[in-house]
Each structure stands twice: as C-alpha cells, then as structure tokens.
Design a protein. Structure first.
Length: 364
C-alpha cells in the first residue's frame, strides 16, 4: 500500500509492485487534483490519497462472450431453473437484464469457485424469480418515498439551527465550525451546487458575485443526502448538534450521525434501483439501548443483524413517528411483507420472527 500526502501536487506516480508470483509489475497512477471551483478558496483538495494494490498478479483476461436471449434461457434451464413459458421469459429478459436477475437467483444456486451454479432446489420457477424481483422493486419504491420525508426534515433543521445560531447566511463555509474533513466536504458541496440546474441557483449566480456560493438555505437544498450526512458528521460536537439529536428522539449525537449515514446509503440503493432484499449493506446501523421514545428491548438489539435491511428500516420507522405522526409507512410495510412471493423469507432481510410486536413497529 502506498500513502501519498499532499498528492494534489503530484502528477503521475510510478512504482513497482512485487506480486506473490515474484514478478515485477509496473503501475502508473494519474492523480488529478479535485480543487474547488470557488474563487474564494483556490486549490482546495483532499489532504491525502490511499492507493491500494491488491492481487494484480493473479488476474486474467475476460473471455466470456455475450449470450442471446435464447441462450440465456437455455443457460438457466441447464442450471435447473424451471420455465413454464419460454417466450414470456424471453420477453422479461428483454426488459430486465439477465445480469440484474442474477442477484435474485444467486442465493438459490451453488456458487463455489469451480461450481456450475446449479440451483440447489428443483422446484424454483422463472416466475418465482420474477415475483421476487417485483417484490423488491415495490419495496424499494416504498422505502425511497418514505426517506424523502426524513431527508427534507434533516435539511430543514440543519440549515435553520445553524443559520439562526450564527446569524450567517453562509455558515456552512466557515471552517471553524468543523472538526475534520472541511476541504473534502466543501469539494462535494461545490460539485453538487455547480451541478444543480435549479432556477434559484441560476438566479443567485446571475445576480450575486460575492460570496460566490449561495446561502445555506439554497446550497444545502441541492446537495445530495450523502453530502448532507457527511456535513452533519463533520460539524463540531456542541449544543446545536445535541439539540438536533434530541429533536430526532435520540440521546447520543454519534447515533444520529450513524443513522443518517445508513439511511442515505439505503436511499442511494433505492434511487439507483439496486437490490435491497437479502442485501448486506455497506453501513452497519448502531442500535441504541437508550432513546427518548420506545424503540427495542435490549435482547432484540443484541440479536439484530446490523447490516441487513430490518436494522435500517427500524431507524426510518422511529424517526418517521417523530416527524410525520400518523404516517402509513408501517402499515404499508406490513401489507407488502404479506406478499405471496414463494421465495420470500423475511430472515433474508434480517427481520426477527416477532418484529411486529416491537415498540418501534407498533402502529400508533
């Protein structure tokens, strides 16, 4: 592993990596600066890059050829998937790619390094895979629409609390408010704002030249939820963050930071049509023992798989009870999970058997 400090001053890096096979492999990296586009802050860049070199010696050429739709059906049949109507299956594959559906067949196949990916059950039909895919699509849509409420509430409260307390329309650009990551964060804010096509952003840029970036209530309206989550985490720990944490029913700032990170990650999976069923998420959710309102008992918290969907959905349900009392989210989730999809097992998403009786999932 090579560690490069102040790498925005480096053009190309050359080196030699000694692989396990004892062969010398020459590598080249083009390290391009991500300097800010703000005239007020020239030369912003991340403070370091980490370059990891992994397993270069064992790689080989990719020689698999594309398959026709008929060949895709034949491949799945050969592996043990049952087709009731091959013409209908071909029509599905024309609109939902073979590779996308692979995520839904994978758990039901042998997947060792030298395996033939044979289905482990002989009773799985192509229709079962489509039903599972459609269930996941409906679940993503429900989650995405629900997270919108949380995202809007978080934007509103961050902007209002800090704008009022500082009396500064551009408080988000004040480095003294942050404990770490200021340069990298501002690069993301710059990029999100400059990418925006919103009329109010265009109006600001056409009418004002200083400060070059819009006020917080404009800028933070167009940054991504991921950037907003990163901003909240980067802010110094003070009574403002503690106040906002309490506003979302939590006692520890670190818990809210983690929840926002996890929810933004879940939101991005939904927005990019990625699978949420049977997924191990990149961000593990911290389950708090002490909250301002009923959440879960300690025994359940100790058993929760923190990188599965149930953990993140429980956070969503908890916050939603606060910002949108009477929301039909829990009811809709429960109805959706009654799906007659034959392959659906709630354990694949981390749901415990008694999940509906948990405080956070009771309808109020």
């Amino acid at each position: 592993m090579t560690y490069c400090e102040n790498s925005h001053n480096i053009g190309n890096i050359f080196g030699t990596f000694i692989a396990e096979s004892n062969k010398n492999i020459t590598f080249t990296f083009d390290m391009t600066s991500h300097a800010s586009r703000r005239t007020a802050h020239p030369g912003r860049s991340s403070s370091f890059y980490i370059i990891a070199l992994i397993g270069l010696a064992d790689k080989t050429d990719y020689t698999k050829r594309p398959l026709t739709f008929a060949e895709q059906v034949a491949r799945l049949k050969q592996r043990g998937l049952v087709f009731d109507d091959e013409s209908e299956a071909t029509a599905y594959l024309f609109n939902i790619s073979y590779y996308r559906l692979r995520a839904y067949t994978y758990p039901f196949q042998e997947n060792g390094e030298d395996s033939e990916h044979t289905f482990t059950r002989k009773d799985i039909h192509f229709k079962d895979i489509i039903d599972l895919y459609c269930f996941d699509r409906r679940l993503r849509s429900l989650i995405f629409n629900t997270i919108e409420k949380i995202e809007v509430a978080v934007r509103t409260r961050i902007v209002q609390v800090y704008a009022e307390s500082t009396g500064d329309s551009h408080w988000y650009d004040d480095e003294s408010l942050y404990r770490f990551g200021y340069d990298d964060l501002m690069n993301h804010v710059d990029a999100d704002v400059n990418r925006s096509n919103e009329d109010f952003i265009k109006h600001y840029k056409s009418k004002y030249d200083n400060p070059p970036m819009p006020p917080s209530w404009m800028a933070l309206e167009v940054v991504s939820f991921a950037t907003l989550s990163r901003l909240f985490q980067s802010l110094k720990l003070d009574n403002r963050k503690e106040y906002m944490t309490e506003q979302f029913g939590l006692k520890k700032v670190a818990i809210l930071e983690n929840w926002l990170h996890a929810i933004s990650n879940l939101r991005n999976c939904c927005a990019h049509h990625s699978r949420v069923w049977n997924r191990r998420f990149m961000v593990s959710v911290t389950q708090p023992y002490n909250t301002l309102y009923p959440f879960m008992d300690r025994t359940t918290i100790g058993q929760i798989r923190t990188n599965k969907l149930f953990a993140a959905l429980s956070c969503v349900a908890y916050i939603l009870d606060i910002i949108s009392p009477g929301s039909d989210f829990k009811r809709n989730i429960k109805e959706l999970l009654k799906s007659d999809c034959r392959l659906l097992d709630l354990k694949d998403m981390g749901f415990p058997k008694y999940w509906q009786s948990l405080s956070v999932w009771r309808e109020k």
